[in-house]
Write a protein that binds this ligand. Structure first.
Ligand SMILES: [Zn+2]
Length: 312
């Protein structure tokens, strides 16, 4: 009975005491820090994946020892040091509580990690959904990263600031209004990019449409190592890997999302590219392993002892 109760729990940790989190590591020679914006509020699987039969979803979650009543999503932003620049990948929910009270911790956690928001030179966005771009601004819509240029895909910018999208539904209206405010705050420091662009030395934008029309992943290369900041291409560490063919209610173009997810996971598995997962269990690092028709996410163990020489 006890075991049964454990299996049915959400396993979602939204306690504020547990969400002040950062994690320092290296990608090749580059210093990197995962900085949490806090988890999204737990969401029932049926709301996230409405086309998936409940028993199929529950079977996948049980196999991973996860609760079946809710899905849990972290927000793992990345700060990468490139020469003298600090590059932030995605920004969390900012002041919005649309996805729960446990979000919005990026600035506090940056400061705990010894990084001032004013030291961020570049922000790279995977896409313009609220949990990735609303954190660009504070509750008064002022820039939180005063010295940063903001890079976003041309297609996503056009889509998530358009009147046509704003009038297509309630969530879309909320998304567009926040995205417009966030981008307006940065004026001409918003840089619109195409896939294959290299906004920062050693960082390339990878075309990955479907979750949103202009979604970009970022491939980071240093000293022979490759890591992929995968954004929301495969955004649940169990469900999206076992079943890349299951699309979610937040995928703008479900068919493209399935194609992109399958293609990128296949690539990452074959090439053994390290993944940096925005919504995966903190800190979100690991590898895709081919398993049958799908994949498995093999989470990298956290390193808790660091040599003094590394100075991090
Ligand atoms: Zn997301």
């Amino acid at each position: 009975m006890e075991h049964e109760q454990m299996a049915e729990s959400t396993n979602c940790d939204t306690d504020p005491c547990q969400t002040r989190a950062f994690y320092k590591f290296f990608i090749g020679h580059r210093r990197a820090t995962i900085v949490s914006d806090g988890p999204l509020a737990p969401i029932p699987p049926i709301d996230e994946f409405p086309s998936v039969p409940e028993e199929d979803m529950s079977a996948v979650l049980r196999r991973h020892s996860l609760g079946t009543d809710a899905l849990c999503f972290q927000q793992n932003c990345l700060v990468l040091e490139v020469n003298n620049q600090r590059v932030l990948f995605d920004t969390g929910m900012g002041a919005s509580t649309f996805f729960g009270e446990s979000c919005g911790r990026l600035i506090d956690n940056l400061e705990l990690a010894g990084i001032s928001p004013d030291e961020i030179d570049v922000v790279l966005l995977t896409h313009a959904h609220p949990d990735h771009c609303f954190g660009l601004v504070d509750s008064s819509n002022q820039p939180r990263f005063k010295n940063a240029d903001v890079y976003v895909s041309k297609r996503d910018y056009a889509f998530w600031t358009s009147e046509e999208t704003a009038t297509s539904g309630e969530f879309a209206r909320f998304n567009v209004s926040g995205a417009r405010a966030a981008f307006e705050a940065y004026g001409n420091r918003v840089r619109l990019i195409e896939p294959e662009a290299q906004p920062v030395l050693g960082v390339k934008a990878i075309d990955s449409p479907g979750h949103t029309v202009g979604h970009l992943c970022y491939l980071i290369e240093s000293a022979g190592e490759r890591a992929l900041f995968i954004g929301d291409v495969a955004y649940h560490h169990a469900v999206s890997f076992v079943h890349p063919d299951w699309h979610s209610s937040f995928d703008t173009n479900p068919e493209d999302a399935v194609l992109t997810r399958t293609k990128l996971l296949q690539w990452a598995a074959t090439e053994k590219i390290r993944l940096v997962g925005y919504h995966y269990p903190f800190p979100g690092l690991g590898y895709a392993i081919q398993e049958g028709k799908g994949f498995r996410f093999a989470q990298e163990p956290m390193q808790v002892s660091l040599t003094i020489e590394s100075e991090i």
